[in-house]
Design a protein around this ligand. Structure first.
Ligand code: FAD
Length: 309
């Protein structure tokens, strides 16, 4: 892991920076590249623009590691209202959330209850919920919770990280419940005892897991979203999918708002499924710094905004 990436991942968790950096105007301007706005209206508008280009979206309200049950309930309520707004306009927009937003640092059972309320509403409105995956300290409990909630709801998916050694086994342990998986490389700072450190190793593992998942799509018709901006990996997945006997429409890619937008459009134009994840909300600092860590060259973009109006 590079020094730049390490420093940025440290900064993403630093309380002082978290309280001061978001107030800086030039950083606020830079964030717009990855986030159309802080309000629901901003992301609904951005979603409609993408939908007009044949690109559906997933919305996630930022704000992780809340500390009171009241906040967990407010966040739950926020998603329930969002689901209604999406339905009212009949838009192809799904939602994705972090368990620590709905109480995971406080109570497993309360989190399960909150997430079930959201999943229930989503089911009623024919919508879909993905659970984001957070740092490795949450993975065991997240998988336990996913197994529990999947017993009652089939409109719920889980994100897993290819940089963790354990992920292939985790998927195998879930096979019987027909999981829906969003596969990512992983965005947190993890120790070499549990995670691949070299990008080439992460990429190899991503492909190994993808091959396994492609076969599961074929055999069990499960939903898998390959969430990566790595065009090499996307190409390899397309080739492997064809070899597995899958149709283009069975292949879903997911990417983030503001990254490789032209390539996202190309995927839909070429007959693949693509969905863009858009984040919004006031609590963007840790999420934004993780985006910078993925590509430390993005810092140049932040600095450019220091000198622009
Ligand atoms: C839909 C979606 C959901 C995600 N959910 C989670 C989650 O729940 N938990 C989690 O740990 N991680 C999540 N991530 C983040 C993920 O783990 C990676 O950190 C991120 O996607 C970068 O990895 P990559 O696969 O694009 O490959 P990389 O090898 O990092 O990037 C490939 C290429 O994409 C471009 N690129 C990648 N990131 C950026 C960036 N920030 N800015 C500009 N260009 C960039 C660069 O050109 C780079 O060379 C999610 C990612 C996506 C797309």
């Amino acid at each position: 892991m590079s020094l730049g990436r390490n420093t940025l991942l440290w900064a993403s968790r630093n309380e002082w920076l978290k309280n001061h950096v978001p107030k800086m105007k030039f950083v606020q301007r830079a964030v717009k590249r990855f986030m159309p706005g802080e309000k629901v209206e901003d992301v609904l508008l951005a979603s409609k623009q993408l939908l007009s280009r044949n690109i559906p979206t997933t919305l996630t309200h930022l704000g992780e590691n809340i500390t009171t049950i009241g906040e967990a309930e407010d966040n739950t309520h926020h998603y329930l209202v969002l689901l209604d707004k999406i339905k009212a306009e009949n838009l192809d927009i799904e939602i994705s959330l972090k368990l620590t937003q709905v109480g995971f640092d406080l109570s497993f059972e309360k989190t399960l209850e909150n997430l079930s309320t959201i999943a229930e509403k989503a089911k009623l409105l024919h919508n879909y919920v993905f659970i984001d995956i957070e740092d490795s300290s949450y993975v065991n409990r997240t998988i336990s919770l996913y197994k529990r909630i999947k017993e009652n709801f089939d409109n719920i998916g889980l994100c897993l990280q290819a940089y963790l050694y354990r992920t292939m086994e985790d998927i195998k342990s879930m096979e019987r419940i027909n999981p829906s998986i969003r596969l990512v490389k992983g965005a947190y700072k993890e120790l070499p005892s549990i995670a691949f450190k070299r990008l080439s190793d992460v990429n190899s593992n991503y492909m190994k897991i993808s091959q396994y998942l492609l076969q599961l799509i074929k055999d069990k018709n499960i939903r898998v979203a390959f969430a990566t901006h790595d065009l090499n990996i996307q190409e390899q997945i397309k080739i492997e999918a064809e070899r597995t006997g899958l149709d283009k429409k069975q292949l879903e890619f997911q990417m983030l708002y503001g990254i490789k937008s032209a390539e996202q459009k190309q995927l839909t134009d070429n007959g693949f499924k693509i969905r863009t994840l858009i984040s919004y909300g006031k609590q963007w600092y840790p999420w934004y710094v993780r985006r910078l860590a993925e590509r430390p060259a993005n810092i140049g973009f932040v600095l450019k905004n220091l000198f622009s109006k």
